[in-house]
Design a protein around this ligand. Sequence first.
Ligand SMILES: Cc1cc2nc3c(=O)[nH]c(=O)nc-3n(C[C@H](O)[C@H](O)[C@H](O)COP(=O)(O)OP(=O)(O)OC[C@H]3O[C@@H](n4cnc5c(N)ncnc54)[C@H](O)[C@@H]3O)c2cc1C
Length: 411
Amino acid sequence: MSHEDSDIPHPLQVSVVGAGIGGLATAIALRRNGHLVQVFETSENKTEIGAGIGVQVNALRVLEHLGVRRENLKGVSYDGITSFDAVSGEGVARRWLLPEMDQGRSLLCHRKDVHDELMRLALGEGEGPPVQLHLGHKVIDCKPEDTTLTLKSGEIIQADLIIGADGLHSTIRTNVLGREVTAPPSGLSCFRTLLDSSKLKDVDGAWLTEGLSGMKGINFIGKEYRLAVAYPCRNGTLINVNAIYTDPRQDDKDWSSVGTTEEYLQTYHGFNAKFLSVFGLAESPILKWQLRVLPVLDTWIHGCVVLIGDAAHATLPTLGQGAALAVEEAGTLGCLLPFGTRKEDIASRLEAYQTLRKPRGDYVNREALEQAIEPSKRALYFRSREVQDYLLRHDAIKDAQEFYEKHFSKA
Ligand SMILES: Cc1cc2nc3c(=O)[nH]c(=O)nc-3n(C[C@H](O)[C@H](O)[C@H](O)COP(=O)(O)OP(=O)(O)OC[C@H]3O[C@@H](n4cnc5c(N)ncnc54)[C@H](O)[C@@H]3O)c2cc1C
């Protein structure tokens, strides 16, 4: 007897494109519901790039719901930000503005530690069938009309549901929208480096380790945008440093590359010596990224195909919420697609996903850009209780469960 002939609930066949934080988190959420999940990933040996990530409380809430063990993230407590003037070296510490929210809830992590924990939950033992991860499997096309993917090898993969978690340069986005929408260069680039914190004893690094546990932002007030963000991760053994700067030399092809030390240190010319002594410790490779912002999309869904994460709303890292949104979206899909969801229900569940998620994704997309380019809004996130309320207090699981109960529950 085929599934279609039976009223017995059965698992959905789900294809996820991309094994980044968003794709893996979605794979975990759906596997735990008992669905059969395959993930297709271009890279032969997928890991996250060597850089840090702030996992704010709204993302941690969902990650813990998905089974993430906090200790496995090896995070450092993210209690707020200390903003320094790049020239004078003077700093002002700002805690998160939500006093009733426990301090120490948000974490600063190494991306690989977050990714490794998601891999464990996707592929290892646990609730539901383990996810099948296909590395070295690039997806070159998707047909929303018949819910199929075409791999570079020519193989066609049929599914009940396709998740486009294929990041900034998404292929699935083109198929969902029926036209190509690319993310133009923003005029800002970013160096991303890591350094071994044991080396701090050799330099003037007290500004980094003392005071409020959290991010250190170093602003250069001038015509051009120059901001360094430094913070510890991996239980304090590594320091992540991002340097964001105005970069007039952006062409469409070379959006990520390895920068030279000279080029990297040049972005800090004029900074106080105490900062330069730390930044000079950066280890190779020094990764250089153009920061790109996707225009707000008309839709994230088409039939039984849905976009999540950077594929839907890639933006600047000003709010540190890109991966957090992808995780929230994964949690939402998990709540809306429980075991027993029928194929014919999927499209309406994806519409519910879009209703719940798109306004928030579009808000972060726009707000992150504005808080970088409008001088009056610079670093507003850390001064505005309203913005923090909206971003940090959000409980994606609770909202999606309530929506499901109201609109889809038969009870
Ligand atoms: C400097 C910087 C700092 C940031 N800091 C933070 C922060 O502190 N907190 C935060 O929450 N976010 C932060 N972000 C944002 C965050 O990094 C991204 O939003 C997040 O990683 C996006 O995850 P994703 O899974 O959607 O996409 P990605 O991580 O880009 O994953 C996409 C995956 O899809 C694969 N893929 C692509 N095309 C195909 C294809 N055709 N077939 C198969 N596989 C494919 C890719 O190889 C990749 O593995 C930061 C971003 C930057 C640039």
